[in-house]
Each structure stands twice: as C-alpha cells, then as structure tokens.
Design a protein around this ligand. Structure first.
Ligand code: ATP
Length: 352
C-alpha cells in the first residue's frame, strides 16, 4: 500500500518542524527516515499515522486520502522506541489486544496469535508477562502486536533505540527477514545511519524539516546530493578544499604526480580495529586530513618511520565542494544547505 505525502508542513508555535514535504513511499517497500535529532522524522511518521495533524498538505494511503481520517481507522501498525505493553496481560494477550477490540472470534484470534508468535519466534514465551522478557523480546512482541491486525502500513519509531548494540544488530537482521516474509509497507525512523543503510531499501534523509535526499543506500553513499548527506552517512575529511571520505584517499611515501596529489606531514597514526587512521598535515593552518588504510597497507608503506607523505583522491572517490567554515574539522557537524542551493557532487574523474 503506497503512501503519498504532498505539501505537508507542520509548525509548533513559531517553530517550523516540517516544511512542504513531498514523499512517495512505494507499496511493500522498507523505507528509513534518517536524520539528526530534531529534524522532523517522528513528526512526519506521526502525521502518516494520524497521531498528529499537518498544518497543510495531504497524506494518502493506498490511493485514498487519509488526511482527515483518525489514527484508529487508518489501518496502520505502530511501534515506538519504548513499547507500552499491558503489564498485567501475557505476551499472547498483548498480541491479541487489537484483534479483541475489533471483536474478532475467539478462534480467529487464537489462530492469528499463534501465527504471530511463530513469526517473531516467541512461541515459548506466550504465557509470560512482558516484565519477564528481555528488551529485544519485548520489541518483537510489539511488532507482533502491530502486525496482528494485518495493517496496510507498519510504522516504526526508533524501535530498537533503547536496546544495546548487539541486540540492535540482531533485531535489524531479523526485521529485514521479517519484511521479506510479510512485505508490508514499512516506514522506519532512525538517527543511526548504519542501521538505516543496513535495513532499508530506500532512505529518506530528513534534516531541519526538509528532505535532503531520497535514494537507495548505494545511491546515497555513491552520489550524496550535498555535503550534509555525505557527512551524515559516515566520516569525512578535507583534501584540497573538498570533502572526501578518509578511505577514498591514497597515500604514498614518494611523490607520484597523481591528479589532486598533495604533500604533507604525518602527525599521528592511530589503530582503529582493523584499520589505521593517519592524520596528515597538508597545511598547518588547517585541520589535518584523515586517511584510512588497512593495517597491511600501513605496514607495507613502513609508515611508522616516515613523516613526509603524498596523498591523493583515489579514482572514483566521491568529492563534495565545501564552503569554508571558520575551522574545518575532520568530522564536521554539517550546517544545513537547501537542496536547491547544494552544488552538485563531482567524482574525481570529472574534477581532474
Ligand atoms: N508537540 C510538540 N510541541 C512542540 N515542539 C515539538 C513537538 N513535537 C516535536 N516538536 C519539535 O519539532 C522538532 C522535530 O521533532 P521530531 O520529534 O519530529 O524530530 P526527530 O527528527 O524525530 O528527532 P528525534 O530523533 O530526536 O526524535 C523538534 O525540534 C521538536 O522539539
């Protein structure tokens, strides 16, 4: 069931939380709304759900205008970060809740609850109370409860936000597989770029009430629309006045005359897991350029004993123009730039 959002704006007093949002979410897709805190992701999700009303614009679900329809009649399943389970009801009763209030027959409810317990792998926990579950199990119960009513749309607001990193990763994987099974149109809010890139088919980057870019994980990573998107998706650094990813920089201990090459001094070498991060000072008035190498590359180049190096963008590197900030930093907190004013990204092939 596709979701069509047209011209949606929302103000809270003088504060503009959403500014003229247009977005189509295709049927059966798993879409992530990704962006920094306060950017408007939850507000947009709540407007889709009918839990919040837009000041202007429309929301259509499956081709029907849902703008004036109350949340309970929109046929959406909703899961929040902190799932409010009924503490005195068992897992099975919690999952059955939406079906019970819809006055389905006892037999139909029992069959659906069984199906849902199986789907979320909680069969053996059916008779437990929510307090007797782990955080990850509770969120799976929340998903089962949301899905039990056969919603047309599933909306998830940071559903794994309160869980530890390992459980989050497991649930991410699980959610992807679950979506492959049930194919319900799903919108997932997260501020975690790794989570979004890992789980979603499509990402919508939301910042300061606007959409910065929409695309597949590959499109966003390889062709970010602007410096904000590029900086939000992972570490970036500066080379030759442009924003570049640290692993898109090649390093040699002799000059090689490659396009865009710059000489510099090694200031620091840090081992980060399997990678080695090298800080290279090209210009002493600027923050050092970060270069990420594998440990093997660092050893082969004998980096521990050299100080003078030459660095260059590798072929195919993604480079963004960068309007000079007072002091560029290795991991900038990018300022918002409108989609329209953003300069196009250039690849190294077109730069040289
Ligand atoms: N009911 C409200 N009253 C006033 N301001 C609100 C209300 N709801 C949200 N806001 C403001 O609107 C902005 C967008 O909030 P929203 O929750 O949509 O952001 P978000 O991108 O989901 O952020 P987070 O990841 O922190 O939840 C924030 O600045 C927030 O303070």
């Amino acid at each position: 069931m596709s979701i069509e959002i047209r011209g949606v704006s929302k103000n809270f007093g003088d504060f503009r939380a959403l500014a003229d949002i247009d977005l189509t979410i295709p049927t059966g897709d798993l879409t992530a709304l990704l962006g920094p805190s306060g950017g408007g992701k939850s507000t947009l999700l709540r407007i889709i759900a009918g839990l919040e009303t837009a000041d202007t614009g429309t929301v259509a679900i499956a081709g029907t205008d849902a703008t004036g329809i109350p949340a309970r009649k929109r046929d959406v399943g909703f899961v929040f970060q902190h799932y409010a389970a009924f503490r005195h009801l068992t897992v099975a009763q919690n999952i059955a809740f939406g079906l019970t209030i819809r006055r389905q027959s006892k037999q139909a409810i029992a069959a659906r609850v069984e199906e849902m317990l199986e789907l979320v792998h909680l069969q053996q926990f059916a008779d437990r109370l929510p307090a007797q579950l782990s955080g990850g199990q509770r969120q799976r119960m929340a998903l089962a409860r949301a899905l039990a009513i056969r919603p047309r749309v599933l909306l998830l607001d940071e559903p794994f936000g309160a869980l530890d990193a390992k459980v989050r990763r497991e649930l991410r994987e699980w959610l992807r597989r679950l979506h492959d099974e049930v194919h319900v149109t799903t919108v997932f809010v997260t501020h975690d770029q790794e989570e979004a890139l890992d789980v979603a088919h499509r990402l919508v980057v939301v910042n300061q009430g606007r959409i910065e870019q929409i695309g597949s994980p590959d499109e966003l990573y390889d062709e970010p629309a602007n410096a904000f998107v590029m900086g939000f998706l992972g570490p970036v650094t500066m080379l030759g006045g442009r924003l570049i990813r640290p692993h898109d920089i090649g390093l040699s201990v002799h000059p090689t005359n490659r396009p865009g090459e710059q000489g510099g001094w090694v200031k620091r070498i840090n081992r980060v897991g399997f990678d080695v991060q090298v800080e290279v000072e090209v210009d002493q008035d600027e923050a050092p350029t970060l270069v990420t190498l594998t440990r093997r590359e660092a050893v082969e180049k004998g980096l521990n004993s050299v100080h003078r190096v030459w660095i260059h963008p590798i072929p195919g590197a993604v480079l963004a123009p960068w309007h000079r900030q007072p002091r560029p930093v290795a991991h900038p907190q990018p300022t918002r730039r409108s989609r329209h004013s953003a300069e196009p990204m250039t690849s190294i092939t077109s730069m040289v």
